[in-house]
Design a protein around this ligand. Structure first.
Ligand code: IPM
Ligand code: MN
Length: 352
């Protein structure tokens, strides 16, 4: 099969990790006879500082036509925090209606977790974060800004349609994974009488169509405890945008850190364009040093292949990653891997 992929290396260490992801993609594509065409886009802090452009409409139009987007990192020390994140990352998620943020939490053998007495047999679940609604829509505003009577309102938007499609995806993924067939909804029904109530009611309704899936509910604060204490309880977790943002950082840490954590922004609808990215940021401190861990970017490429339905290629990458993690990398941290960024990419290619 042939695929057109838009590549947005972005800021900081983004281009370095993207290079390694592409190295692995090219190598596996050759072995599996897949045709990949890469189109590069220089979105990010440098372009913004030079031209004032964040995400031009013409680029968006082109991105609508590709099979997937591979993104490195967004965020620049000379650009006020929020401008690029909202103008590029969130705008892409929203405009392309990537309503699922899929973040696997899997501890590979040989990778260190900060959780005492827990190993790969305990840490293997997936978090599904709703990716287009909740507190992320920007709804709200100020009243009397800058005065002593200032009011700030930030509204959480939860639509029946948005919640339902996210929950349906979660149930389907649970069946597809075929692990424990258990789906946990995380919310805050004891306080958020409207938002969490809609989630809980819709969850119960949709669950009736999936009798094989065991359902469970937990308040999100308690979930943070259980993810540390009993991560083996979880198979698939589904939650809203902000809760999902928070718990996926927690998930990243227990699987070995941001050096290995990857995610997919998925639009599962026919013709939808999905975007894959390492979870880590632009890491200005390590930029240009050939020190950053590219595994998360490589794992993002594996998720992309899986999403394309290129199962053999995806498995090949996952196995190679697992081998390199087990046999070679001393640590997941930048500068402490025992190898440079490029050497890690080379190793993965060697094991493909
Ligand atoms: C993430 C990031 C983004 C988010 C930021 C950069 C806007 O933290 O992908 O989790 O909050 O979604
Ligand atoms: Mn986040």
């Amino acid at each position: 099969m042939a695929y057109t992929i838009a590549v947005i290396p972005g800021d900081g260490t983004g281009p370095e990790v993207v290079d390694e992801g592409l190295k692995v993609l090219r190598a596996v594509a050759e072995k599996e006879k897949i045709q990949l065409d890469f189109h590069f886009y220089d979105l990010g802090g440098e372009r913004y500082l030079k031209t004032g452009e964040i995400l031009p409409e013409s680029v968006l139009e082109e991105l609508r036509k590709v099979q997937a987007i591979f993104l490195g990192a967004i965020g620049h020390p000379q650009v006020k925090s929020g401008i690029l994140e909202q103008g590029i990352l969130l705008r892409l998620r929203f405009t392309l209606d990537q309503y699922i943020n899929l973040r696997p939490v899997k501890l590979y053998p040989g990778v260190e977790t900060p959780l005492k007495d827990k190993g790969p047999e305990h840490i293997n679940f997936v978090i599904i974060r709703e990716n287009t609604e909740g507190l992320y829509t920007g709804a709200g505003g100020f009243l009397k800004k800058g005065t002593a009577d200032e009011v700030a309102v930030q509204e959480s938007i939860n639509t029946r349609k948005g919640v339902e499609r996210c929950l349906r995806y979660a149930f389907e993924l649970c069946l597809k994974r075929n692990h424990e067939l258990k789906l946990t909804l995380a919310g805050k029904t004891n306080v958020l009488n409207y938002a969490s109530d809609l989630w809980a009611r819709t969850f119960e309704e949709v669950a009736k169509e999936y009798p094989r899936v065991k359902t469970d509910y937990t308040h999100v604060d308690a979930l943070c405890m259980w993810m540390i204490k009993n991560p083996e309880w979880f198979d698939v977790i589904v939650t809203d945008n902000l809760f999902g943002d928070i718990i996926t950082d927690l998930g990243a840490m227990i699987q070995g850190g941001l050096g290995i954590a990857a995610g997919g922004n998925i639009n599962p609808d026919p013709g939808g364009v999905s975007m894959f990215e390492p979870m880590g940021g632009s890491a200005p401190k390590y930029t240009g040093k050939n020190m950053i861990n590219p595994m998360a970017a490589i794992a993002a490429c594996q998720m992309m292949l899986d999403y394309f339905g290129e199962k053999k290629a995806a498995q090949r990458v996952e196995k190679a990653v697992a081998q390199v993690l087990e046999k070679h990398l001393k640590s997941m941290a930048a500068g402490e891997m025992g190898y440079t960024t490029r050497e890690v990419g080379d190793l993965v290619v060697k094991y493909l």
